[in-house]
Write a protein that binds this ligand. Structure first.
Ligand code: PLP
Length: 395
């Protein structure tokens, strides 16, 4: 997209009553035009059933899904495209890695910053006999690898940690945690919902065993698509059984990836939209990612300059994901979010953001926070608009 396209997108959103969209941590909006085109194309000219037909529309859909899988693998630094499993979103990816792996009697160590996409499946697994050991993060949201190491004194099947907090933007030291966990014989399962598309995620460097990705946040794809990277060495059980388009003579699921984890007709428009999003992120979108970092720091520092807001998470100037969460000294986070929407057409989100554990860690369990999630399409003008509004609210 050119700067003119971005201006047009911002203009279009004003038509819809939103002058600045700061809810990217929930879902990115608007999407790059290439993503929209790919979805429309899948619904119009290319809509055959992938892997299930020998006619040209079916074959073309299979080929395009393969290309999207390969593009996602390359973008995330995965060596083999078949280790990329398409899912309905990061929630399903987290369920697959946790419920597919953990069994009664297993022990799992988990960070205190996790989203309910991890906390809730773990609650179910705990009822089935999995021992869940929660390790407290620092008040700025950072997991200290030494605390993880201390928690690994008993035999442990897995360490679960998110890459970036959806509440504070804190970036966790995943490579270090992975080294420690592997030394202790535990596998590492990561919720990368707020990292993929915002940070440069290189799975070959991180060395994790499973990495869950949301397709519709920083990855800029449509809602309803996500993926799970599974290390070639890690075998987990699938969540579902059903048709895969091949080996139909047996009631057993195929053992090969990705089919064994992807029964049923796939979300072809979503997958092709995600493929187009990855092409964008690897091309002109790279500059947008750098810009995101600058805008996040600008917003954080600007809020501190205004005063009257408590900002959660890392100190200004430290690396963070594009999320800034605040609690106003006067009024509540929901009141602030409602006022920003009503008076200024600024979209953001207030509450616990599906992450009560993180709020317990930060001391914001009772109030929640008002969260500004930055991303594609936002410019300095939008950030200044938000800062001006926050100045007025405080006065
Ligand atoms: N994990 C984290 C940290 C999130 O912020 C979210 C979404 O808010 C999810 C998981 C769930 O992602 P999805 O909407 O793709 O299921």
């Amino acid at each position: 997209m050119t700067p003119e396209d971005l201006e047009r997108a911002a203009g279009d959103s004003a038509v819809g009553g939103v002058s600045a969209y700061f809810d990217h941590a929930a879902t990115s909006w608007p999407k790059p035009t290439g993503v929209v085109d790919a979805v429309v194309r899948a619904l119009t000219v290319g809509g055959g059933s992938p892997g299930r037909a020998a006619h040209r529309l079916g074959l073309e859909a299979s080929r395009e899904i393969y290309a999207a899988r390969t593009a996602c693998a390359a973008f995330l630094g995965a060596r083999r495209s078949k280790d990329i499993i398409f899912t309905r979103g990061c929630t399903e990816s987290c369920n697959l890695m946790l419920k597919g792996l953990l069994r009664a009697g297993d022990r799992v160590v988990v960070s205190s910053m996790e989203h309910n996409s991890v906390a809730r499946p773990l609650a179910v697994l705990a009822r089935l006999g999995v021992e869940v050991v929660r390790v407290a993060a620092h008040e700025n949201g950072t997991m200290d690898p030494a605390s993880i190491e201390a928690a690994l004194s008993a035999p442990t099947r897995a360490v679960v940690c998110q890459h970036v907090s959806n509440v504070t933007g804190t970036i966790q030291p995943i490579a270090e945690i992975t080294r420690i966990a592997h030394n202790a014989g535990a596998v590492v399962l990561v919720d990368g919902a707020q990292a993929a598309g915002h940070l440069d995620v290189d799975l070959s460097q991180l060395g994790v065993d499973a990495y869950a990705v949301s397709g519709h946040k920083g990855m800029l794809g449509p809602q309803g698509i996500g993926l799970l990277y599974l290390n070639p060495e890690l075998e987990v059980d699938g969540l579902l059984e059903g048709g895969t388009g091949g080996g139909s003579e047996t009631v057993e699921m195929p053992s090969s990836r990705p089919d064994r984890y992807e029964p049923g007709t796939p979300n072809t428009p979503g997958i092709l939209g995600l493929g187009a999003a990855v092409a964008f992120l690897g091309g002109e979108g790279a500059a947008q990612r750098d810009q995101e970092q600058l805008l996040t720091q600008h917003l954080h520092e600007g809020i501190l300059d205004i005063g009257g807001y408590r900002v959660s998470g890392p100190a200004p100037g430290s690396p963070r994901g594009p999320v800034v969460s605040v609690v106003p000294d006067s009024g509540t986070p929901p009141e602030l979010a409602a006022w920003l929407d009503r008076e200024h057409g600024i979209a953001c989100r207030a509450g616990l953001h599906c992450a009560p554990w993180a709020h317990e860690t930060m001391g914001t369990r009772d109030t929640g926070t008002c969260r500004f999630g930055l991303g594609y399409g936002l410019t300095e003008t939008h950030v200044d608009m938000l800062l001006d509004a926050l100045r007025v609210y405080r006065s």
